[in-house]
Design a protein around this ligand. Structure first.
Ligand code: CTP
Ligand code: MG
Length: 337
């Protein structure tokens, strides 16, 4: 098998570009939808501040990091002073308040790993989850959003990768595959490592934004409007980048030794992180360092069965992109089945 071919002919790439950009455009949520999300957040803020005037609500996850598809649910974080033992009480009270205001499908899941209240707003038709005091998620959401503002190819690549992962059933942490958050970090790290680079390493630059949360220092350069030209020396199109992304994860990543690290903009060794052996449930079969919680490997959900599934899926995608004489037709297959 000729897996060494590193380039595609211009005609193939152009066809891929058109196809991928059409998929990207079709997944972007309409302004109207974003306005409805804001409307729901405003309603929730009103209800929450009546009961807890000091509390604040923040959007996090894809609805706030610019990697959301049309018709996504919203993730909301309620931030207030409350001891952990009071969390369940607050969430149960919150559920009562929401129910009294006619929000639907309200459910407090106080025993979940991340306790939440689920809801559906019949006016906007939007569903959402509210968690409590998960401020690190609010800050990593900002980091992802800031990266997305530097070069549009990140958002395009992440949309195609997320769409592929959802279509292929490999975006299910409870089944041992990866979260959307992990896939976006893989895309950022991949674009940091292109030569010339498409993205910088914001945590390696002068610090313009800094917060400390739960003893974790989160500091990075966030004046991203100054970095709009950063990726301009790299002229790769989205077709080439998607092709290279799958090629990297299928054939180039060193699963046995490497950890991908957005924090450093490169890869680290598993040895340096002491991620060489299984500890508890963390098997470290594919290693993705959280940018702030450095002991978190986002690949820790992957087990010896699902790592095979994942790697076979990367290879399948890479081969379809690689060999197909008519990538337009095959890329449909890549994304649909
Ligand atoms: N998150 C986290 N650590 C994880 C998983 C998630 O901090 N191990 C936080 C991140 O802030 C992430 C948010 O939870 O943005 C939501 O995670 P996820 O559902 O994986 O990502 P979304 O971007 O919301 O993707 P989707 O559109 O698929 O819902
Ligand atoms: Mg989400």
């Amino acid at each position: 098998r000729n897996l060494k071919r590193q380039t595609m002919c211009r005609g193939d790439i152009n066809k891929l570009n058109v196809k991928f950009l059409a998929i990207y455009d079709s997944l972007i949520p309409a302004d109207e939808e974003k306005a409805k999300q804001k409307q729901l957040l405003t309603l929730l803020e009103k209800l929450v501040s009546k009961e807890w005037p000091e509390a604040r609500l923040y959007l996090y996850g894809s609805c706030a990091n610019s990697f959301d598809f049309s018709k996504s649910d919203i993730d909301v974080c309620l931030v207030m002073e409350a001891a952990n033992s009071d969390k369940s009480e607050v969430l149960l009270k919150l559920a009562d308040i929401l129910q009294a205001d006619n929000l639907q499908n309200v459910q407090a899941l106080t025993r979940a790993r991340v306790p939440i209240v689920k809801l559906m707003d019949p006016v906007t038709g939007i569903s959402g989850d509210i968690c409590m005091n998960n401020v690190l998620a609010v800050v990593n959401t900002k980091l992802l959003r800031d990266y997305a503002h530097i070069d549009v190819r990140l958002r395009q690549l992440a949309f195609i990768v997320k769409h592929w992962a959802k279509s292929r059933g490999v975006n299910e942490t409870y089944q041992g595959t990866l979260s959307s958050y992990a896939y976006v970090l893989m895309c950022i790290n991949f674009l940091q490592q292109r030569r010339p680079a498409v993205l910088p390493c914001l945590q390696g630059m002068d610090i313009t934004y800094s917060v400390t949360i739960d003893n974790v220092e989160c500091a990075f350069f966030d004046q991203v409007e100054k970095l709009r030209d950063f990726g301009s020396r790299n002229r790769e199109s989205i077709g080439q980048l998607v092709w290279a992304f799958f090629h990297y994860w299928a054939y180039c990543h060193d699963y046995a030794n490497d950890v991908i690290s957005v924090r450093t903009g490169c890869t680290l060794s598993k040895r340096a992180k002491d991620w060489t052996r299984r500890i508890g449930n963390d098997r470290h079969l594919i290693c993705i360092e959280d940018p702030f919680e450095l002991s978190h490997d986002l690949g820790r959900v992957v087990d010896k069965y699902s790592i095979r599934v994942l790697r076979e899926e990367f290879e399948r995608a890479a081969e379809i992109l690689h060999y197909d004489p008519n990538p337009c037709v095959q890329s449909k297959q890549l994304l649909r089945y």
